[in-house]
Design a protein around this ligand. Structure first.
Ligand code: NDP
Length: 448
């Protein structure tokens, strides 16, 4: 039976050898669930692995738009509707020049298991474009979003497929996308999450991924009687996830010493406090400037051009919150050498397979993205519930629900890891718990 996993992975490599990120994510999941698939022949009999690896639908389209100088620009648009066994497709949109089908298949594949772990009825999907919002004016971003939605609207809906934000897609973009959807469909429905609070958004959605990552790390630490308080934390990125991870760390009495962007890293030995965080939020979300400016404003901080945060300073906790494959084996070693005992992935697949292997070998608490950063999509699920009920819950109510969901995800991953003989291995636990629910639902629903 172990041959089934190898056979499927071997065939996949031949079929889509250029989709490197997708192959990486597929190998990680399939190797983890080998023990489950070995135990029960029904999965092979019904070819569940082949079915789960093939998106139900992939939509690719042209996105023509006009820049402020009147020039015509053309980008690629995508939506990968991966799996709807347990609910409508759900997953973010990424606008970044590195976006291609392989990257979105990796993200959609991961999303499917993540959504399953939340315990909410959401299938998996992902989409986006190779459009780069950096350096574009608000009007250019609006025209792009309107053109993107002019094709996407026919494929999505509150009960079909509900996109959200991701890298390069924040509140501004969701607003333009929602406006165009409403105009084209003449329906006011919860078709997107991450909406503005005045028009159907949920309190805490903005904070959810960062907060949730810290809640997950807290649960891992608690298993050995450790706390966030007084610990030093290294965080990468300075976007949505990173910002709210910092906010929760401050609330928990920890000291965040690094943040980064795609140009470099800042190190602040004094720690990033609430006032400095407010400066960063304004810098990144309003002025749309570089993290480098932080070191110009706070003179005791240092800026390292082209460097990642890992190993720049001592830190017991690391929260990679930027992008995929940003922590390699060398970085993992540098983190551990600098006293790291806990890594929780705010980003999707930020650690390479070699880095993950190293963390597990060193018995570091390691929370993989699909479990640790599931708070974002979980709160999107709560936004969908509120939209269906035409109600809005209080901040406290949503945060409590988010916190409970993160505690439950931690427990599900921990229990599954123990049940299948790898206690403490949250990678195996999250993959098995996430996969089992989807696979069994697919079996219930027949060959579709
Ligand atoms: P943002 O666009 O708000 O921020 C992304 C941050 O990562 C920016 O600081 C960006 O720097 C940096 N970054 C992007 N690409 C690279 C790169 N190639 N190298 C170094 N730094 C890079 O995105 P989010 O915070 O929303 O997303 C961050 C991660 O979290 C992604 O992996 C995303 O998939 C994941 N995630 C997000 C969720 C959400 O709710 N937003 C939910 C679950 C996961 P720069 O400004 O220079 O581009």
């Amino acid at each position: 039976m172990a041959g089934y996993v190898s056979e499927v992975l071997g065939n996949l490599e031949k079929k889509v050898y250029w989709e490197k990120e997708f192959l990486q994510a597929a190998a990680e999941v399939l190797n983890s669930i080998k023990v489950l698939v070995e135990k029960d022949s029904k999965y092979k009999e019904h070819r569940i692995l082949e079915r789960v690896l093939e998106p139900e639908r992939v939509i690719m389209f042209r996105v023509p738009w006009q820049d402020d100088n009147g020039n015509v620009q053309v980008n690629k648009g995508f939506r990968v509707e991966f799996n709807s066994a347990i609910g409508p497709y759900k997953g973010g949109l990424r606008f970044h020049p590195t976006v291609n089908l392989g990257v979105l298949k990796f993200l959609g594949f991961e999303q499917m298991f993540k959504n399953s772990l939340t315990g909410l009825p959401m299938g998996g999907g992902k989409g986006g474009s190779d459009f780069d919002p950096k350096g574009k004016t608000d009007n250019e971003v609006m025209r792009f979003c309107q053109s993107f939605m002019s094709e996407l609207f026919r494929h999505i809906g509150a009960n079909t497929d509900v996109p959200a934000g991701d890298i390069g897609v924040g509140g501004r973009e969701i607003g333009y996308l929602f406006g165009q959807y409403k105009r084209l469909k003449n329906i006011y429905e919860g078709v997107l999450t991450g909406k503005g609070l005045n028009w159907g958004g949920s309190l805490i959605r903005c904070e959810a991924t960062g907060y949730g990552t810290v809640y997950f790390a807290e649960e891992m630490l608690k298993t050995k009687g450790e706390l966030f308080k007084h610990k030093r934390v290294a965080i990468s990125g300075s976007g949505n996830v990173a910002q709210y991870a910092v906010e929760k760390c401050i609330e928990y009495g920890a000291k965040v010493v690094t943040l980064s962007d795609s140009n470099g890293t800042i190190l602040d030995e004094d720690g990033i406090d609430s006032e400095k965080l407010a400066y960063i939020m304004d810098l990144k979300n309003c002025k749309r400037c570089r993290i480098k400016d932080y070191a110009a404003k706070y003179k005791r901080a240092k800026y390292f051009e082209g460097k990642k945060p890992w190993g720049l300073a001592e830190a017991e906790i690391a929260l990679p919150c930027a992008t995929q494959n940003e922590v390699d084996h060398k970085d993992a070693k540098a983190l551990v050498d600098n006293g790291c005992i806990c890594v929780a992935e705010g980003a999707n697949m930020p650690s390479t397979p070699e880095a993950v292997e190293y963390f597990i070998k060193k018995k570091i608490f390691f929370g993989p993205g699909k479990a640790a950063n599931a708070g974002g999509v979980a709160t999107s699920g709560l936004e969908m519930s509120q939209n269906s009920m035409r109600l809005a819950w209080s901040r406290e109510e949503v945060d409590n629900k988010l916190h409970t969901i993160m505690i439950n995800i931690h427990k599900a991953a921990k229990d599954a890891a123990e049940e299948f003989g790898t206690p403490g291995n949250y990678v195996n636990g999250a993959n098995i718990a996430g996969f089992r629910k989807i696979a069994d639902s697919m079996l219930d629903q027949g060959l579709v």
